[in-house]
Design a protein around this ligand. Structure first.
Ligand SMILES: Cc1ncc(COP(=O)(O)O)c(C=O)c1O
Ligand SMILES: [Zn+2]
Length: 397
């Protein structure tokens, strides 16, 4: 049971809005993405942020993402499917300080979430909203972590889950889906191939598909990382946030969260510079950013040990690129060998076995510090999106 929400006012959800063409959608029915002509944009949930809300409401709230209920889309408390996701710790670099001299560098460590990754946030939110909307079967393509999270949250919500996952994903990701009772389809291809199969199945059998950013509420779960970063930094945002970017849901979500907090008057206009980190094998955002383009090409160079970063083209590439530019951020790619080394460096010196996706950020931070892009005195957050325990077969030991 979610306690102490009675002191708040409940969800302030108004509707869904297309950030590209401005079309508005009724949030009391199921929605996917913008259907106006060829718009095809992700839809953003909108909230009534004009009425004042006192930060003091947070004081006795649960230490989970649901503590921000007013700014989340689930209306009925009985529909919340929760296993304590969110409110993950901020952990400073403790021993590798010779690399971080002059900066304060922190992990936002998502590894402790149910099913071991930040996907618990987005999927927990999407499943809760699906329950509220009466959906009985949910299907998703996944690079690994989202599939496990869907399987678990669907089991808890008593909803059917169908997961399409690339064959070249570590076994544990497949086993967990089956253990949680989902139907798992292994695909000889990448997440884009999985996505096509899910779309076909959805058209034929009426499944509700929650592909990244083609469904509005995973974003709302992921944005809670932004609320937490603000709260955990005492409402003074850090200078730089590094994010491992596949579909980019978390990056866009964190940015959306900061905007909502500013509209509420809980933070000022200062924003961190946002850094998108990709795998060298799948770096369409990096190439587009460096080339000054507003959209990304389809790039798939094959397997990467950071399975979550093998996303050949994000559905929201334009939004990601806009956030990077608006924030005066940047984008860079990291090789598998660099990630492998970084996983071991962080494990052996910091006591944290992080996902290769998170480890890529450590390497990226070092590069940007060496180049002078990160300045002395700046505070930095690295979002470790998942647990390294699920990736052991990808790491050289
Ligand atoms: C551990 C991990 N990090 C990062 C990502 C990429 O996330 P996003 O889609 O928010 O860019 C994924 C996606 O599967 C993941 O599993
Ligand atoms: Zn639109």
């Amino acid at each position: 049971m979610i306690s102490n929400t009675a002191t708040g006012t409940g969800s302030r959800l108004i509707n869904l809005k297309c950030p590209a063409c401005g079309a508005e959608y009724d949030a009391s029915v199921t929605n996917t993405f913008c259907k106006v002509d060829a718009c095809n944009s992700t839809l953003f949930a909108q909230y009534d942020l004009g009425q004042p809300l006192d930060k003091a409401i947070l004081k006795d709230r649960p230490a989970s993402m649901w503590r921000y209920r007013e700014l989340l889309p689930v209306i009925g408390e009985e529909n919340i499917v929760t296993m304590g996701e969110g409110f993950t710790p901020i952990i400073p670099i403790e021993n590798l300080t010779h690399f971080t001299e002059g900066n304060e560098v922190y992990w936002k460590n998502e590894a402790g979430n149910p099913t071991g990754s930040f996907k618990a946030r987005g999927i927990g939110m999407a499943v809760s909203k699906a329950k509220e909307l009466g959906i009985t079967t949910i299907a998703t393509p996944t690079a690994g972590n989202a599939g496990g999270a869907l399987a678990a949250y669907a089991a808890r919500a008593d909803i059917n889950a169908i997961v399409y996952m690339p064959k070249l994903t570590p076994q544990v990701f497949k086993d967990e889906c089956r253990l949680y009772g989902a139907e798992l389809v292994e695909v000889d291809g990448n997440i884009a191939d999985c996505g096509k199969l899910v779309a076909n199945g959805a058209a034929e059998y009426g499944w509700f598909q929650i592909s990244t950013l083609k469904e509005p509420y995973r974003l709302e779960g992921k944005k809670t990382m932004g609320f937490e970063i603000a709260e955990q930094f005492n409402w003074q945002l850090p200078d730089v946030v590094f994010y491992p970017t596949g579909g980019g849901t978390g990056l866009i979500g964190i940015w959306k969260a900061f905007d909502e907090l500013e509209q509420l008057g809980w933070i000022g206009s200062k924003r961190p510079r946002m850094v998108a980190v990709q795998s060298e094998s799948c770096n369409g955002i990096v190439t587009a950013f460096n080339g000054g383009q507003t959209s990304a090409e389809f790039v798939d160079g094959g397997f990467t040990i950071a399975n979550g970063l093998r996303v050949p083209k994000s559905f929201a590439d334009k939004v990601i690129l806009k956030v990077l530019r608006d924030s005066k951020g940047t984008a860079l790619s990291i090789s598998d060998a660099e990630m492998d080394t970084a996983v071991k460096e962080i494990a052996s010196h910091e006591g944290m076995l992080i996902a290769p996706e998170g480890a890529a950020l450590w390497r990226a931070y070092k590069k940007l510090k060496a180049s002078g892009w990160i300045q002395p005195g700046e505070s930095v957050v690295l979002v470790n999106t998942g647990s390294g325990y699920k990736y052991l077969e990808n790491i050289t030991i």
